[in-house]
Design a protein. Structure first.
Length: 240
């Protein structure tokens, strides 16, 4: 889906990436983890084209990318419906939406269980509903790759699970997702493939069983972990 070769980036004298190779698979949730300051957000911005690296090639086999940053400034005084409609007006200079575009919005609202909230001011939506509204923007844009930077931040556990359930559902509809998460256990529960960034500029890319080992997690975070992996249970604990 996305293949990155020989990626290098320095900011001032700080090396963020050095000759890095990264592959992001199709129709899966790829979770990007690591301590603060190792380049997780930077990698999303490189893939989306916001940041240009010094060296490296990025092959994107997709229709469209949708990038959702950590912080969004929402317009005040508009409804959820108007917020999602704005995606079409940004794409083209137009005065009205076609029948097909209106149908696309209705289908997206239904998929995300937001139909009964479409006339609600976005000022009055919960954090979980706002994040679902942002995902709706990606769906109506026809993107097939979602880059989501901490999509569950500032949410309670119930809303985190609701949003991650939706993201998981997207992969059954031909959408590939690269997401930044800080909760290791939620990452393990929802991710299909994992990319770990370390403070030593090392990049570790593995499937779940090879990624979630005490050795790999220690290399990424610099602390000790205990991994419980049995037929009945899978979870990670900090172990000192």
């Amino acid at each position: 889906m996305i293949n990155i070769k020989n990626l290098s980036l320095k900011v001032d004298k700080l090396t963020i990436f050095e000759n890095a190779d990264i592959n992001i698979p199709k129709d899966k949730i790829t979770v990007l983890v690591g301590p603060n300051g190792v380049g997780k957000t930077t990698l999303l911005k490189i893939i989306s084209g916001i940041i240009k690296p010094q060296t490296g090639s990025i092959e994107k086999n997709c229709r469209e990318l949708f990038y959702l940053p950590q912080r969004i400034k929402y317009p005040s005084g508009i409804t959820l419906q108007e917020y999602i409609e704005s995606s079409f007006y940004k794409q083209n200079w137009k005065w009205f939406l076609s029948k097909e575009e209106k149908q696309k919005i209705d289908e997206t609202l239904e998929l995300l269980e937001l139909t009964d909230r479409k006339n609600t001011l976005i000022d009055n939506l919960s954090s979980g509903e706002l994040q679902k509204a942002n995902i709706a923007l990606g769906l109506v844009s026809n993107a097939d790759v979602f880059l989501l930077d901490e999509p569950t931040s500032n949410m309670d556990l119930i809303n985190q699970i609701k949003v991650l359930d939706i993201i998981k559902k997207l992969t059954t509809k031909g959408i590939s997702c690269l997401i930044v998460l800080h909760d290791i256990n939620l990452s393990a529960s929802y991710g299909d493939y994992f990319i770990g960034l370390t403070k030593q500029n090392r990049i570790i890319c593995e499937e779940k069983n090879k990624f979630f080992t005490p050795e790999v997690l220690n290399a990424i975070f610099g602390i000790n972990f205990k991994v419980i992996n049995s037929d009945e249970d899978f979870h990670i604990q900090i172990f000192n």
